[in-house]
Write a protein that binds this ligand. Structure first.
Ligand code: CMP
Length: 133
């Protein structure tokens, strides 16, 4: 099924000049980038974006990290895009991510894990409204 999903290349990906290499993986897989922007997430938008994690112990660290430098947000479209992209990015905790996945090949940690991707079509709707409104 044709689907859309949202990706955010986090500050570690931008600082380490990995934007092109990460985006190329999705294009190589036959997915299409239909929107793309480089910007800095505000504290307010970051808290809204990650509000589902507001009560978690890592929330403050996550917000500080994601707002620390520019990010690249994109909308990726293709067959089963939500699941395909989630599989391609790998485990949240980079040291546990399989080689061949984005986090398994480039990620250093759990906070600095290179990329976020929507975990469901519902999340995509909410996240893309906030990021691309
Ligand atoms: P992401 O896919 O962007 O969604 C929530 C983020 O919280 C996650 O990636 C991680 O970067 C971050 N995070 C930090 N610590 C944890 C943790 N212990 N468990 C899950 N996510 C964490």
């Amino acid at each position: 099924m044709e689907e859309r999903t949202l990706i955010i290349l986090k500050p570690d990906a931008v600082k380490r000049r990995l934007i092109g290499r990460v985006l190329a993986r999705f294009e190589d897989r036959g997915l299409n980038l239909i929107a793309l922007k480089l910007f800095r997430l505000s504290d307010v938008d970051a808290r809204e974006f990650y509000s589902i994690h507001a009560d978690k112990h890592f929330f403050n660290e996550l917000i500080a990290f994601i707002t620390s430098d520019p990010v690249v947000a994109g909308i990726v479209e293709g067959r089963d895009a939500v699941n395909v992209v989630r599989m391609m990015i790998g485990n949240t905790n980079s040291p546990k991510a399989e080689p061949g996945t984005v986090r398994g090949d480039f990620g250093l940690g759990t906070t600095d894990n290179i990329i976020h991707a929507s975990d469901s079509p519902d999340s995509f709707e909410k996240e893309s409204k906030l990021i691309f409104s």
